[in-house]
Write a protein that binds this ligand. Structure first.
Ligand code: NAD
Length: 505
């Protein structure tokens, strides 16, 4: 017992980063971080207190004064340097993700790449943030507008992309002239420290980027702090809704991206080899722990049987194992608790009467000590089943059979989530109708995971996004700045006397 306590105490601690350095905390709460492929504790993360949050906000508020006045070219230079440093250390960052999250190295590296592309975009901030100018809008009157930073911005991020999702937020926020506090997921907190170190090395002044580790205590304290101007949240829908409501009620600008149930509609004319390849990657990649994972397949007409014929051998061939082994296709789930929750959905699907075609509970890998579950496939799933309605967030695909294209569209549109969706077909008219009529924020046509590139913006509809503003791209620039419009004239253009009517030109 004493031996065990000593071992836990000796574990690596994941601290806060405040005002340009690692910051001590008085917290007596620590959370365990697990190596998801072995089930062993690999670190302990500090659960920040209100005092820690206060220190971070104070540092960020002070740093904002100088940083917001720093010439935009110098802010861009920090981004150029950051991209170089992330590239230098990407193997180390991928290994951190593989250990704490469980992603296979090649997938972890891909997620770093997609985040890095937002840093690339932020390097163009001098162009992105420049305003508009209208000469002579009236006699001797000029008008121009500019975008000014918001102040202290906060990012609260989920476990499933410890690199990519923070990178969706802080590069643009900082390039726009804001200071930033990142509250990463307590389940895989180490990447956040890496961002802090790299930004420091890139020359970012102390206090512009801070990390507050922890759980709802830190989050709620950040949401209550009146010095925080804007909050970006990515996570599950119930928490997104809570963050959106609380932050809005406290007068903050807020974007809160929530959960998903992404449908892939298969028309009978689709190339079934392509559909099956797309489905194994989009359904089981990253163990289904992606907000853009395909989790619900909707077959139209007689497409289910030919699809199953192609899909089943591919599922059987999937290689499941530790993320550190790059030959694997799919790694473990994040925690034992999450693995058990996903497993309980497989139990539920059976109880609800769906046909269990592939049972991930029986996969050989589940005998290993990590948090593994094999790929699972349900057929004949109907829209009244909870396995169809709820986000499972694991390697579980469901097939719902529909008779017509219209029925498939109605099914997707009736779902409460509207993050991503895809259609596979050779029919251009059907694809066009789908793109126009579907009530979902991101649509793929023969593309299973249509995550927009950094120069577009990412965001769902319905209960997948609260607050209206998508993340990164120009939406991100707009979110992290506020518009100011100036109208000016000089003494020679001013007529004598007061004017009491509405000014017109
Ligand atoms: P989560 O909602 O449990 O946690 C997200 C963040 O909120 C974490 O930092 C966590 O510490 C904090 N948090 C958790 N409970 C809280 C509470 N009660 N009060 C205040 N803060 C709280 O999400 P998760 O399990 O880490 O991530 C998976 C979820 O994120 C899935 O639902 C997935 O779809 C979603 N997600 C969405 C997107 C998107 O772009 N829409 C992207 C990635 C993940």
């Amino acid at each position: 017992m004493a031996e065990k306590a000593a071992a836990i105490d000796a574990l690596r601690k994941v601290p806060n980063w405040i005002n340009g350095q690692v910051a001590a905390s008085d917290s007596d709460r620590y959370g365990d971080v697990f190596d998801s492929a072995t089930g062993e504790r690999c670190a302990q993360v500090v659960m920040s207190t209100e005092a820690d949050v206060d220190a971070a906000v104070t540092a960020a508020q002070e740093a904002f004064v100088g940083w917001s006045r720093t010439p935009v070219l110098r802010r861009a230079k920090v981004m150029f340097k950051l991209r170089e440093l992330i590239d230098r250390d990407r193997a180390e960052i991928a290994a951190l993700i593989a250990q704490e999250h469980g992603k296979v190295l090649h997938d972890a590296d891909g997620s770093i790449q997609r985040g890095l592309e937002v840093v690339d975009f932020a390097c163009g901030i001098p162009h992105l943030i420049k305003g508009e100018y209208s000469d002579q809008v009236g006699t001797g009157v000029d008008t121009w507008s500019m975008r000014q930073p918001m102040g202290v911005c906060v990012g609260i991020t989920p476990f499933n992309f410890p690199a990519m999702v923070p990178l969706w937020m802080f590069p643009l926020a900082i390039a726009c002239g804001n200071s930033f506090i990142l509250k990463p997921s307590e389940k895989d907190p180490s990447c956040a420290l890496k961002w802090a170190e790299l930004l420091h090395e890139a020359g970012l002044p102390p206090g512009v980027f801070n990390v507050v580790q922890g759980d709802h205590v830190a989050v709620n304290s950040l949401l209550a702090d009146e010095r925080v101007a804007a909050v970006s949240f990515v996570g599950s829908t119930p928490v997104a809704e809570h963050v959106y409501k609380t932050a809005s009620a406290n007068g903050k600008r807020v974007q809160a991206l929530g959960g998903a149930k992404n449908h892939l509609v298969v028309l009978p004319d689709a190339d079934m080899d392509q559909v099956a390849d797309a489905l194994v990657g989009a359904g089981y990649g990253s163990a289904g722990e992606r907000c853009m994972a395909i989790s619900a397949v909707v077959t139209v007409g007689d497409s289910a049987e030919p699809l199953l014929e192609k899909l089943l051998p591919r599922i059987a061939a999937l290689k499941v194992g530790p993320g550190m082994d790059n030959s694997n296709d799919m790694g473990p789930l994040i925690t034992a608790e999450h693995r058990d929750k996903v497993r309980s959905y497989i139990d539920l699907g059976e109880e609800e009467g769906a046909t269990l075609v592939v049972d991930g509970r029986k996969h050989e890998i589940t005998k290993s000590p990590g948090y593994f579950l094999g790929p699972t496939l349900f057929d004949h799933v109907t829209s009244d089943m909870r396995v169809y309605q709820e986000e499972i967030f694991g390697p579980v695909l469901t097939i719902t059979r529909t008779g017509t294209f219209d029925e498939a569209i109605d099914l997707v549109n009736a779902h409460e989530y509207g993050n991503g969706t895809a259609i596979f077909t050779r029919d251009g008219d059907a694809a066009r109708e789908f793109a126009n009529g579907i009530q979902v924020g991101m649509v793929g046509i023969n593309v299973p995971i249509p995550v927009p590139l950094a120069f577009h913006s990412f965001g769902g509809w319905k209960r997948s996004l609260f607050g209206g503003s998508s993340i990164y791209g120009m939406e991100g620039v707009r979110f992290y700045t506020r518009l100011k419009t100036i109208t000016s004239r000089w003494p020679t253009g001013i007529r004598a006397g007061a004017d009491f009517s509405m000014p017109t030109m």
